[in-house]
Design a protein around this ligand. Structure first.
Ligand code: UT7
Length: 328
């Protein structure tokens, strides 16, 4: 009998501190008009002192469990997609496991940047489908505000902080669940978006680190060009593997990086505006938090209902990209 990993409920957490385009005008030579025109972003949330990846993820985890009516003890696994872990090691997932009291769960992180949730969801779904686990908390989170150079106008305007996620549970004889996923990577793109210092090659404060960047670096236009093609290719590929067409999709939930990227991929796919979910104007690019936060809000706004087919797609540092089709 086949088992599917079905979404039981969602949770989210964003910092309360809002950083608007007008605030950024005071930090770098930019304008609200430029940012809105080139990215669609109006404001983003950033951690205040005392807030971090760990605190947001725990909050999102607790809300997801409550929405699912599932206790922390029932979890077999906690998976967190993040590149801004609470510590360099151990994993943020272990921190969350302890804080929520998931005493019967294994826990690990997945490093796939803005595609972290796409990757994590597929790993969780495969664990359930293979019978290794029954109930899994899958979260995506990033707090890149702490790794940004607020004198670099080409990057500091883009990113914000957020955590969100879902509880997956194995169900038999259902047409709901994670239906299909494609995952891709191209490590030659490490040079386009990275954070060099703090890893093993360039330890913080070491002689090897001298002359290397200790804040996020991004070659924006290279990533932009890659993203537009990668998004539509991943979507077409996952649709074909699922034996579906774009007309079978009720809602498109793309990584919220840039409104222009979202619109051009939706256009390439032939998706009407009403099937495209957008919240980039409120949060900017929240990396691993972006897709689950969008799913959370889409459900809250009544745009995503039980039984709907949702297509998610993401891309990010690695380079990595991928897409899932979920029957909600
Ligand atoms: O999750 C994955 C992460 N990455 C992404 O999704 C990023 C993908 N890339 C992008 O979203 C876009 O490339 C950006 C929004 C980062 C930049 O937009 P663009 O249309 O590609 O601009 P550009 O980099 O080609 O820069 C155009 C001009 C430049 O000035 P000159 O050389 O033409 O005089 C920049 O210096 O805009 C200038 N510029 C700015 N001006 C005002 C760059 N950033 C800013 C800014 N305010 N914040």
């Amino acid at each position: 009998m086949s088992i599917r990993a079905v979404v039981q409920g969602c949770g989210h957490a964003v910092p309360t501190k809002v950083l608007t385009n007008f605030d950024l005008e005071k930090l770098v030579e930019t304008s609200d008009e430029w940012i809105v025109q080139r990215t669609g972003i109006k404001e983003r949330r950033v951690c205040a002192p005392g807030e971090s990846t760990g605190s947001l993820t725990v909050q999102a985890a607790q809300e997801a469990l409550k929405a699912s009516n599932i206790s922390a003890e029932e979890l077999d696994l906690v998976i967190v997609g993040t590149v801004t872990g609470e510590f360099i090691w151990p994993s943020t997932a272990c921190y969350v496991q302890d804080q929520i009291g998931a005493k019967n769960a294994g826990a690990f992180d997945i490093s796939a940047a803005c595609a972290g949730f796409i990757y994590s969801l597929q790993v969780g779904a495969a664990m359930i489908e293979s019978g290794v686990a029954k109930t899994i908390l899958v979260l995506g989170v990033d707090c890149l505000s702490k790794q940004l150079d607020y004198t670099d106008r080409s990057t500091c305007i883009l990113f914000g902080d957020a955590a969100a996620g879902v509880v997956l549970r194995g169900e038999e004889n259902t047409d709901r669940g994670v239906l299909k996923t494609v995952l891709r990577s191209d490590g030659d793109g490490i040079k386009h978006i990275n954070l060099e210092v703090g890893g093993n090659r360039y330890p913080t404060g070491s002689p090897e680190a001298e002359g290397h960047r200790d804040k996020l670096f991004m070659a924006g236009s290279e990533v932009y060009r890659f993203a537009v093609n990668a998004m539509s290719d991943a979507c077409l590929s996952v649709l074909s593997q699922a034996g579906m067409t774009i007309d079978d999709i009720d809602l498109f939930v793309p990584h919220q990086a840039n409104l222009r990227i979202i619109n051009s991929s939706a256009e390439k796919l032939g998706l009407p505006e009403e099937k495209v979910f957008v919240n980039v104007h409120k949060y900017g690019n929240t990396s691993g938090g972006s897709i689950p936060l969008a799913l959370y809000e889409a459900e809250k706004e009544g745009r995503l209902k039980k039984g709907d087919a949702v297509l998610t797609v993401g891309f990010g540092a690695g380079l990595v990209w991928g897409a899932n089709i979920i029957r909600w």
